[in-house]
Design a binder for this molecule. Sequence first.
Ligand code: FAD
Length: 291
Amino acid sequence: MPADLDIAIIGSGPAGLSAAARAQELGCKYVLFETEKHASDTIYKYQKGKHVMAEPGYLPLRSGMRFEAGKREAILGTWDDQLATQKINIQYGKKVTAIAKLNEGAGPFQIQCEDGTSTTARTVILGIGLQGNIRKIGAAGDDLPNVDYTLADPNAFQNETIVVIGAGDAAIENALALREKNKVILINRKDEFARCKEGNLNQILAADRNEELQIFYNTNTVRIELLKSSSADEPSAQPCMRYVYKDPEGEKSLNVHRIIARLGATPPRALVESFGVTFPQQRPRSRARVV
Ligand SMILES: Cc1cc2nc3c(=O)[nH]c(=O)nc-3n(C[C@H](O)[C@H](O)[C@H](O)COP(=O)(O)OP(=O)(O)OC[C@H]3O[C@@H](n4cnc5c(N)ncnc54)[C@H](O)[C@@H]3O)c2cc1C
């Protein structure tokens, strides 16, 4: 059965952009589908001004999209320019919700979008990234209005007491950026930072040593409460929440304006399974079965 496209590429992060640049170069009939109204949503959501590191450094870049370590804005700008100059066939606002095989065997596939449109393709490239399900704090109050799971612009906040939860690069970068204008407490449930890049590790330990922020180790969130006579919706000079936590000495609390939790994400496995991909194990980070 003939298909509308040679290739349907789902997701315009660095993986999908590279695939699309190559498909364009080879003269394939393809579409790059992107849920959002802009390309590369994971990088788009990095905090303003973030220095994007070239990691891992030992992989030679073979993409038709230029990349070098630099500021978030410069990288997104370069990719937008290259999308235009290379005439990449990207469709924005197209969230793929279903992929079904039309025959037994390798394909073709029918690709269905949330807006009701559909197409068929001989091959599908899934470049949807890992940000499907953002991990929540998992304690009472973790959905109060001033509890956030991203940080768009660190300069939007000043003179606040802010708890940042997490021990990875995102939490460290948020804490470092917020410390200049706020009182920042970084909550690490372990006794070290084992999951971050070396540059971030050195900076956060130096900031702690220089008392530019505080790090609480071996600390877990117990609950978050809205303080009486305050609403997290209304900006106020006073803290609006009580952050209750447990460290090796027992239960304690802090009054805070804002909590930013950067706990990573679990891969969008249910979605990928609904597309017909199978996994050999239940583990959330298990790799897909190769057929
Ligand atoms: C806070 C943070 C900081 C990071 N810092 C760095 C760094 O400094 N250096 C570094 O090398 N890496 C960094 N990373 C990792 C890096 O962002 C990822 O490795 C990279 O973005 C993965 O690229 P990708 O193309 O696989 O997916 P993504 O970049 O996640 O892109 C996936 C795209 O698919 C789209 N999409 C998802 N589902 C659908 C659907 N159903 N239909 C259509 N479109 C869909 C999304 O909107 C998104 O645009 C960081 C990650 C985070 C979260």
